[in-house]
Design a protein around this ligand. Structure first.
Ligand SMILES: [Zn+2]
Length: 98
């Protein structure tokens, strides 16, 4: 089941990166929330990097309805910026509107 994989990923998976055209490292954020129901950039989200370098990306729409939907991504490398990627994380690519 897809949802089981999502839960596993919500318990921390490695952040993914790409190198942009200027040679800068970019950390990739999932397009959709952990539950896959919301497009984060459309519904709102918070992203915070903790001292132990875990990137918490929380779905604002899920939070409103009392559901904890939070990506925990270990971000061990420095990144110049962040961007959304529909393909970097397996759960976000299938029904992306982009
Ligand atoms: Zn959500």
């Amino acid at each position: 089941m897809v949802s089981r994989d999502l839960r596993r990923c919500s318990a921390t998976c490695p952040a993914q990166y790409r190198i942009d055209g200027f040679g800068a490292r970019v950390v990739l954020l999932p397009t959709r929330c952990v539950l896959g129901e919301h497009v984060l950039v459309a519904t709102g989200y918070t992203a915070a990097l903790t001292a132990d370098r875990v990137l918490h990306v929380t779905c604002g729409a899920c939070a409103v309805s009392g559901v904890v939907s939070q990506w925990l991504l270990t971000a061990l490398e420095e990144a110049a910026r962040a961007e959304f990627s529909a393909t970097a994380y397996p759960s976000t690519g299938s029904t992306s509107p982009r």
